[in-house]
Design a protein around this ligand. Sequence first.
Ligand SMILES: Cc1cc2nc3c(=O)[nH]c(=O)nc-3n(C[C@H](O)[C@H](O)[C@H](O)COP(=O)(O)O)c2cc1C
Length: 217
Amino acid sequence: MQAHKTFNMNIIESLQWRYATKKFDSTKKLSKEQLQVIKEAFNLTATSYGLQALSLVIVENQNLREQLVPHAFNQRQVADASHLLVLCYPDHFDGKDVANYFDRIVSERKTPEETIKPFRDFLINDFDSKSTKDKHASFAKQTYIALGNLLTVCALEKIDSCPMEGFVPSKVDEVLDLASKNLKSALLLPVGFRAEDDFMAKEKKVRKPLSEIIIEI
Ligand SMILES: Cc1cc2nc3c(=O)[nH]c(=O)nc-3n(C[C@H](O)[C@H](O)[C@H](O)COP(=O)(O)O)c2cc1C
């Protein structure tokens, strides 16, 4: 009998390979296929109730990305990466959006209306009564799940990336006119390929020993 494989070495190797890229090679672009993997992976992210109250804005436009650099504390990754991913959540979202979600379930799974009705009514009411502030806080959390998902997917695809919270969301929203799309920015994720002289690529990955971060009870 073959020895039981306890973990997939490729995944661990890929996660060791990835790092928060500080300098991208601005001459290297992601292929259409690589972008497609990112789009599909984003769409497959798990979300609370499955509502998918989040959007991915993909910015390639160089002029716009240069305008964003000062609003990201001059972090050049925003402009030098192949593409800038902006993880967003909806500004306005209410019971009507929840109803649309259930309509899709009914149409795609052929679930009988009466089966879905109690949960549908509960969730519509829940979203109609929640404050905008609470909804925004909850949606912003969902974008972090998508970020984690994309970081892993990019690592497996040998796409470099840099998760970024270091920016002024209101300014990014303004430059990208996100209000016209009913969106607010939560996170940035420049994606592309590391520059050969990115000093960070050669730095040792620093993590706690497992014995310090894992508690087995
Ligand atoms: C939510 C989040 C926000 C981050 N914001 C920034 C940022 O604005 N700029 C940056 O260079 N790195 C940023 N990082 C990268 C972290 O500093 C980096 O992931 C951490 O030091 C571990 O290093 P590694 O990812 O290279 O293994 C961020 C990471 C996360 C998860």
